[in-house]
Design a protein around this ligand. Structure first.
Ligand SMILES: O=C(O)CCC(=O)C(=O)O
Ligand SMILES: [Fe+2]
Length: 282
């Protein structure tokens, strides 16, 4: 089985139906060529300064998880305004809204990273992105709500040979938390600006880079329910007041807005001075 592919302007309902069925979809040209070109140039420049294998993700076996010949770095909003243009993507927002807003008042950035897989890197261990919140996931699976949505984005052509992300379609519906094997995975090949959008519940991992001298150039943006702590403290890159020219969506994603439960029970979170951030200037 392969993952279903859509044009960015295909009916949202069709994309959501495929996402619900398979746990992942590919949207071609979700990001425009100009934006991706600028993001790629900025990523390329920074990548020259980052040692392969230096990312630990804060875990004891983090270097193994992130890869020893893989270059990873975050703080992408400090590199180029193209990153904020990517955050302000209407179609990604519509998909994330549909999947996450039944379970939270708002969501924010979980992490945003460039992920370059180097020549000879073996396949990454299979995992779910929601494994981040294991204390929650392990107690609630398989009845846990959708809490995160991830997007892997091609900065260049991402082929199976280069290490395209491998996904187990429908694994988000599994009864157990057991991972299946790489034999059950399919590659999510991407062109520049294409996106693999997948549920935090779906089993996946970076593919092996089978080439001798070529890098897999991709990046990742994920969002998580606003009542959970994100993987990366992106808000620390951007002091309050420095994103005033950005949209409300971007401010919420970066954490320049509080979490408000809206109609549902629960308190306001990520408040400041006992009020919602931005309440005074509303
Ligand atoms: O590099 C990839 O294709 C996937 C990486 C990934 O899934 C992760 O690190 O969570
Ligand atoms: Fe992942």
């Amino acid at each position: 089985m392969t993952l279903q592919r859509f044009a960015a302007d295909a009916p949202l309902a069709d994309q959501l139906a495929a996402f619900d069925a398979d746990g992942a979809i590919i949207i071609e040209k979700l990001y425009d060529a100009d934006t991706i070109g600028r993001m790629r140039d900025a990523a390329e420049e920074r990548a020259q300064t980052v040692a392969p294998g230096s990312a630990t993700q804060g875990m004891a076996d983090g270097k193994e998880f992130a890869g020893t010949n893989t270059i990873r770095f975050s703080s992408l909003g400090l590199l180029t305004p193209a990153f904020f243009e990517m955050l302000d993507n209407d179609r990604f927002a519509a998909i994330a809204d549909a999947i996450l807003l039944p379970n939270c008042g708002s969501y924010w950035l979980n992490t945003a990273q460039v992920m370059y897989i180097g020549p000879g890197e073996p396949a990454q261990e299979l995992h779910r992105d929601d494994d981040n919140w294991w204390e929650f996931l392990s107690r609630t699976w398989p009845n846990n709500p959708e809490i995160s949505v991830s997007s892997m984005i091609g900065l260049d052509d991402v082929t199976e040979e280069l290490g395209a992300t491998r996904v187990i379609p429908r694994s988000h519906l599994s009864d157990t938390l057991e991972y299946r094997t790489h034999a059950d995975t399919v590659p999510a090949e991407l062109g520049p600006g294409d996106s693999l959008i997948y549920s935090g519940r779906v089993t996946h991992g970076g593919g092996a880079n089978l080439t001798e001298d070529r890098w897999r150039r991709a990046m990742h943006i994920s969002v998580v329910a606003g009542w959970l702590t994100p993987e990366e403290s992106i808000v620390l890159d951007h002091p309050l007041g420095t994103l005033d020219d950005q949209s409300e969506r971007v401010r919420q994603l970066v954490g320049h807005r509080s979490y408000l439960p809206g109609e549902r029970r629960g308190g306001g979170l990520w408040l400041r001075h006992v009020k919602a951030i931005g309440e005074d200037d509303a």
